[in-house]
Write a protein that binds this ligand. Structure first.
Ligand code: CP
Length: 383
């Protein structure tokens, strides 16, 4: 398989060296070349898997993940990645841990990290809480291992927090690189709010998209109704990355204008900003009645913008009437997107979703496997 051999050989050894031992909490923490190398490795894992070449780099290891919020795709991507790397996956429900009984994130990290060889966490619904939990848990693992003189690397993978959803947005980027042949410079992507009656969704996918795609020299349009602003630091990051990459970043409140001429559209819902902030205090008090009341108010607010739907008319207004439709899934079909648009994009969004497993394999391997390029070449040569 000379082509795959060349791809693996072309991996940037210097950048791979820099990534050893690293955890990815937010894409903005990593340089663009580090993210591109991560995706190059993910592409190699995808090709190896497609060619049925086993990659058991971490046999007899335990890859734990902790989900405080619901998940179908990311949970199974974690398990699929662990199995393909030869490790045993264990997916825990965060609500069944002792975290709500006073155990701190550092303690939880140390307790899970002492038994595991990698930790994934989803904690996405409370602004200011999820990413902090992940960093504290990772510190708990590192402090414990250092204290006992254990040199084991236990990376933490952000499986969606309040700020970012890196395994999702990097999977999205991997899919865009495949679809558009690598160079995304000059392409227009619309990240639009869309109506949802199901629940007040996290802000992190939209925030992750604007802070990642602005690094690619793309024209990034963010559109949402008034009151659905994203976290201010993610907007300033998007502006900074745009200046560095030579793309553009616009924020507007008109879904039609945002779709007009776009090459790629990513219409999905998130919760009203003020009510997402109100959740923080109610969560700290453990006031479940108040949290339920805030959720009802958020859905009521969403109902004032039911016309924010990705439909055939809006899709016709995109570039050549055929923009690539993207969604992290699950989509509220009939509310965020019409059944017809979703039906025509069904295979595309499945291929987009499938990239996440290879992104997780890549994150774990670049962090844990020294000489990764040589190890992958030897697996290929043994075939
Ligand atoms: N897109 C995504 O993260 O899906 P799940 O919530 O099902 O994991």
């Amino acid at each position: 398989m000379p082509e795959l051999h060349d791809r693996i050989e072309a991996l940037d050894a210097q950048v791979l060296g820099e990534l050893e031992g690293r955890s990815l909490f937010l894409t903005r923490d990593w340089s663009t070349s580090e993210l591109m190398t991560l995706l190059d490795v993910a592409d190699c894992f995808h090709e190896l898997d497609r060619s049925q070449i086993a990659t058991p780099l971490f046999e007899n290891e335990l890859f734990l993940s902790l989900f405080f919020d619901a998940s179908t795709r990311t949970r199974s991507a974690w398990a699929g990645a662990a199995a393909r790397l030869g490790a045993r996956p264990l997916v825990l429900d965060g609500k069944s841990t002792q975290v709500s009984h006073g155990e701190t994130a550092e303690e939880t990290g140390a307790m899970l990290g002492m038994n595991a060889h990698a930790l994934g966490v989803r904690h996405d619904l409370i602004l200011g809480a999820g990413n902090r939990f992940m960093r504290d848990a990772h510190r708990g693992i590192a402090d414990y291992l250092r204290a006992i003189g254990d040199s084991r690397v236990v990376p933490l993978v952000n499986l969606q927090c309040d700020v970012d959803h890196p395994t999702q947005t990097l999977a999205d980027l991997a899919w865009l690189r495949e679809k558009f042949g690598g160079d995304l410079k000059g392409k227009t992507i619309t990240m639009s709010w869309a109506y949802s009656p199901s629940y007040a969704k996290p802000l992190s996918v939209a925030q992750g998209i604007i802070t990642l795609m602005t690094r690619m020299g793309m024209h990034v349009r963010l559109a949402h109704p008034e009151g659905y602003e994203l976290m201010p630091e993610t907007l300033s990051d998007a502006e900074r990355f745009t200046r560095e990459s030579g793309g553009s970043f616009e924020v507007g409140h008109d879904m039609d204008a945002a779709f007009d001429g776009a090459d790629i559209v990513y219409p999905k819902s998130w919760g009203p900003h003020d009510l997402m902030l109100e959740r923080v205090a109610a969560n700290e008090r453990g006031d479940h009645a108040e949290l339920a009341a805030i959720e009802a108010r958020a859905l009521d607010r969403n109902r004032s913008a039911t016309d924010w739907i990705c439909d055939e008319r809006r899709m016709k207004s995109t570039a050549d009437g055929s923009a690539l439709y993207m969604h992290c899934l699950p989509a509220d079909i009939g509310d965020e997107v019409t059944p017809t648009v979703m039906e025509s994009a069904r295979l595309d969004v499945a291929r987009e979703a499938n990239k996440k497993m290879y992104v997780i394999m890549s994150m774990l391997s670049v962090a844990k496997q020294p000489q990764l390029r040589e190890v992958l070449l030897s697996l290929l040569d043994q075939r």
